[in-house]
Every structure is written in structure tokens, then in C-alpha cells.
Write a protein that binds this ligand. Structure first.
Ligand code: F6R
Length: 255
């Protein structure tokens, strides 16, 4: 794993956007895996800036989002489809029909999950997957206890996830307690993975994922098994790493 530690969130976002733009510039029809939440917002702004400066072209790019709340309509402000349209897609020349978010009602979930996996395969797989990290170590909505062999499926959200995300949800919606999420095995099939973690609230999960044992109790520890993973961290999220000095040395030597 490459572990890169930066002074602040802005530098992390620039680095993440650099990696994604390099991928698209080398492969104009790249398939992106995308995340929602607070963490990627600066990265998405960087991608928008670069598109506006004409240094990247999204016209042939396609994308798959990691997850979506179950039963939430795509046009609801709480949906991840809404988030993606507002925070990224509508500012780029990506074709909306080439962007996928795993939306489903309660009654057709099996079919949706199966089709999502098929769609990813038909596109040739995900070239680069962007991940955030839950404070409980989740990636996507693969909560602690998720099998490393899991695929896209319906998951129950952990109470810590619901409380972490409560201020992002508008209240008028029905109870949100489940989601559709790409599985851990689905994520591990991505050719390259970039995971961002920012702030003190992520420090424990970062340390468990990078330096702890492989364990379903910390789903992000599965990334230790992937051959092309880059962790982009700020000072706070990396504060509990015991080998931080070594990672910084490697970062300098390999730059
Ligand atoms: C979002 C997702 C989640 C978030 C994680 C961190 O699509 O899959 O794993 O990346 O919960 O959320 P933030 O960035 O809000 O701290």
C-alpha cells in the first residue's frame, strides 16, 4: 500500500484529483468508482476546476457509485444520486446516462444488485475506485462483520453510521436504516483504489485498517490484500499510525 500523508485536506484533494485526472488522460473512457459523503467534496471541486480549465475531459468516462440508501427516490435530496448530480456530474461533461448509482425500492433489490454487478463487468471493470472511510472502518456501506467475499447487496446501516450521517439527512424522509452497497469483493476487483481519510474522527479506523490484522471487524483492512491501493491522509487521520515516520520517508523516496 502507498500511504501518503499531507498537511491538510486541500492538499489531499489535489493529490486525489491528480491521480483521477491522470487516469482519465491516459484512458479517456476510464470507468470510475465514486463515493459520497463529506470526504470527497474537495476532490470533486478540484475535478470540476480541472474540467473548467480544460485539463480533463469526461465525455467518454463512465462511473459507478458505491452505494445508495434503500427506498430513497433518486430525486430526493437525501439520495446519493442527488448528491452526485449536484456536487459533481452537473458541472462536468460526463453523460448522465453513463453514471450509475444502485437505486432500488424494497421489492426489487435482488435484481438491482445482480444487474449492478453485471453492468460493472460489461464496462470492463472499475479502473479507479475512490473510497472514503467510515469512523467504524466501513468502506462503501460494508459495515463491521461484512464478509471479504461480499458482493453488491442490501445492508443494514450500523447505528454509528446513522449518527455520523444524521446531519447530512433532511428530516422529511421515511426512516433510513438500510442501503444497497457494492460488496467488499466487488470493491477489491477495482484495478486501482484511492482511499481518503480526513480528521481525528477517522484516526482509529485508519490505524486499524493499515496496521491492524485483516478482520471483518474493520472492513477497510481488506485493502491490505489489494495490489494497487493509495491511502491519502491528513495529519489528524494519520495521528495514530505507529509507523508514520516510515510512511513519510517512503513517500519522499518514491516521489
Ligand atoms: C459513501 C460511502 C461511505 C463514506 C464514509 C465516510 O458513498 O460509501 O463509506 O465514504 O461513510 O463518510 P464521510 O466522508 O462523510 O466521513
Amino acid at each position: 500500500m502507498k500511504i501518503a500523508i499531507y498537511d491538510n485536506a486541500e492538499q489531499v484533494a489535489e493529490q486525489a484529483a491528480d491521480i483521477i485526472c491522470q487516469k482519465i488522460n491516459g484512458k479517456p473512457n476510464a470507468v470510475l468508482g465514486l463515493a459520497t459523503g463529506r470526504t470527497p467534496l474537495n476532490t470533486y471541486q478540484q475535478l470540476i476546476n480541472r474540467y473548467k480549465q480544460a485539463s480533463v475531459d469526461f465525455s467518454q468516462v463512465s462511473s459507478f457509485n458505491l452505494d445508495e440508501y434503500l427506498g430513497v427516490k433518486p430525486n430526493s435530496e437525501n439520495s446519493y444520486r442527488f448528491y452526485m448530480n449536484e456536487n459533481l456530474f452537473k458541472h462536468l461533461n460526463i453523460k448522465l446516462e453513463n453514471t450509475a448509482v444502485p437505486s432500488a425500492d424494497e421489492d426489487n433489490t435482488m435484481q438491482t444488485c445482480h444487474q449492478y454487478e453485471q453492468q460493472i463487468k460489461q464496462c470492463g471493470g472499475i479502473d479507479i475506485q475512490l473510497l472514503g472511510l467510515g469512523s467504524n472502518g466501513h468502506i462503501g456501506f460494508n459495515e463491521p462483520s461484512s464478509s471479504f467475499a461480499s458482493r453488491t447487496r442490501v445492508v443494514a446501516l450500523a447505528s454509528s453510521t446513522l449518527s455520523d450521517n444524521s446531519d447530512l439527512l433532511t428530516s422529511q424522509e421515511q426512516t433510513i436504516d438500510k442501503a444497497i452497497s457494492m460488496g467488499i469483493a466487488t470493491i477489491l476487483e477495482s484495478k486501482e483504489i484511492v482511499i481518503i481519510a480526513l480528521g481525528k474522527a477517522k484516526a482509529q479506523a485508519v490505524a486499524a485498517a493499515i496496521e491492524g490484522a485483516l478482520s471483518a471487524s474493520c472492513p477497510a483492512s481488506c485493502l491490505q490484500m489489494h495490489a494497487n491501493v493509495t491511502w491519502l491522509l491528513d495529519q489528524e487521520s494519520s495521528s495514530l499510525l505507529t509507523q508514520k515516520h516510515y510512511y513519510q520517508l517512503s513517500q519522499q523516496l518514491l516521489a
